[in-house]
Design a protein around this ligand. Structure first.
Ligand SMILES: [Zn+2]
Length: 122
């Protein structure tokens, strides 16, 4: 990979990491506010429950991405970025443009998802 591309991905990963850390702090603060609030009627309670579950879901997704970002950044440091962890072929720029934190090439990723689906159905 060209250094120019590597620097660009590194910057995107660092930005994304900052954003997640920032938003998870914000979410935590908002959750604490909701828990402290008095909820006088059922409508308020329902909308509060809804936003709470939305925030929890967002939190889960971000929690799942964060370690991948960390790992991708480590790989940049070791000069291994953009190489599939499974088959050691190149992940490809177009895939990295969409997911700079991708650790597997599209082929291995699809196989992994296929296995996960089999496991979930069994
Ligand atoms: Zn692969």
């Amino acid at each position: 990979m060209k250094k120019k591309d590597l620097d660009r991905f590194k910057e995107r990963l660092l930005n994304q990491k900052q954003q997640i850390l920032h938003s998870s702090e914000k979410i935590r603060a908002e959750q604490m506010n909701i828990e402290r609030e008095d909820l006088p009627d059922e409508i308020d309670q329902a909308s509060s429950e809804l936003s709470k579950s939305l925030m929890l879901r967002l939190n889960d997704r971000e929690r799942a991405i964060l370690p991948k970002i960390e790992r991708a950044l480590e790989k940049i440091g070791r000069g291994e970025y953009g190489i599939c962890e499974n088959c050691e072929s190149e992940i490809g720029l177009s895939r990295l443009e969409v997911r700079p934190f991708a650790l597997l090439c599209i082929k291995c990723k699809e196989e992994e998802e296929h296995k996960e689906k089999l496991y979930a159905n069994s």
